[in-house]
Design a protein around this ligand. Structure first.
Ligand code: B12
Length: 238
């Protein structure tokens, strides 16, 4: 079916949408670049990026999550593998995931597929979704996809003189163009971090491009997962 895929990307989008997942863009690999395998000994020729824009996946994911046994590890990765895996099988594609080791270059693929650049926080800045989007998987294909060249996108951070994301972090974890994950973790997990724990990352939330801001429950979930629990490990509560 993957030969056929180029003409039926609309069907692929329809298969993903009940789970709040979107086709985020396409990459055609050049013959001389390293590409992940489509099948044993056969490098992929292209990929389709799959992700969320805003909180689009939150309702389908959280409904699924409440039905899972408690203590399920990495629920969002597990859910992504399940729902994107089904779509991959239907369309005869190979699914890979941002949580797979060794890590695949999802942000490089996304920059290429969507023409995005990194915000000062490291997260790619999207002209519509702002900082409120992510990638949940990629579908590898054994054919080149007939997709148009990516148009140059506006990089909203270039027009943001104030850059509140750089001076809102209570832990000064965004320092000298680098994200200090230890400082962030210590703060968010510590006695002073209740605001971040309860309302999400202060730096990300300070971005004025906030139309697609994740719902508070989703932000809390991501931060808990970043800390290693409790939602990510021991609890079913959302
Ligand atoms: C390891 C990792 C982390 C580590 C360290 C990042 C680092 N310093 O390298 C930690 C745990 C700190 C981290 C944190 C977060 N991450 Co992270 N992370 C990854 C992961 C799994 C691997 C990165 C990698 O090395 N890739 C391999 C290289 C070869 O690929 P690459 O495309 O070239 O990777 C580039 C980026 O990682 C970037 N980068 C470097 N430093 C940082 C720091 C941050 C915070 C980010 C977002 C990117 C980034 O530079 C790399 C080299 O070009 C990717 C998924 C993936 N497979 O890429 C997600 C990913 C980069 N993370 C992502 C996100 C959203 C986050 C968080 C904001 C929260 C979250 N999980 O929702 C947090 C920040 C914490 C907070 N306060 O909110 C998203 C970014 C999406 C986007 N819109 O751009 C990704 C793509 C996962 C996804 N499912 O979409 N992350």
């Amino acid at each position: 079916m993957s030969e056929f895929l180029g003409e039926r990307l609309d069907l692929l989008a329809d298969a993903l949408s009940p789970n709040g997942l979107l086709l985020r863009g396409f990459v055609n690999f050049t013959p001389d670049e390293p590409a992940p395998e489509y099948a044993a000994g056969r490098p992929a020729r292209s990929l389709v990026l799959v992700g969320n824009g805003g909180g689009s996946l939150w309702r389908p994911f959280s409904t699924w999550f409440t039905e899972q046994p408690s203590g399920l590890a990495d629920p969002l990765d597990t859910w992504s593998k399940q729902v994107i895996g089904v779509v991959a099988e239907t369309f005869d594609l190979r699914a890979v995931f941002p949580s797979d080791r060794p890590w695949l270059p999802f942000q490089q693929w996304a920059s290429r597929a969507e023409g995005l650049k990194a915000s000062p926080l490291g997260i790619l800045m999207h002209p519509e979704y702002g900082l409120w989007h992510a990638y949940r998987g990629a579908l590898l294909c054994d054919r080149e996809l007939p997709v148009p060249a990516v148009e140059k996108q506006i990089h909203l951070c270039d027009a943001c003189d104030w850059k509140p994301c750089l001076n809102t972090c209570p832990a000064d974890a965004i320092f000298d163009g680098e994200f200090k994950s230890g400082a962030c973790r210590d703060h968010v997990g510590g006695s002073q971090g209740s605001l971040c724990r309860e309302t999400g990352c202060a730096a990300r939330n300070s971005c004025p491009c906030d139309r697609y801001r994740y719902p508070a429950a989703q932000q809390v979930f991501h931060l808990q997962a970043f800390l290693g629990g409790p939602f990510g490990r021991d609890q079913k509560k959302l």
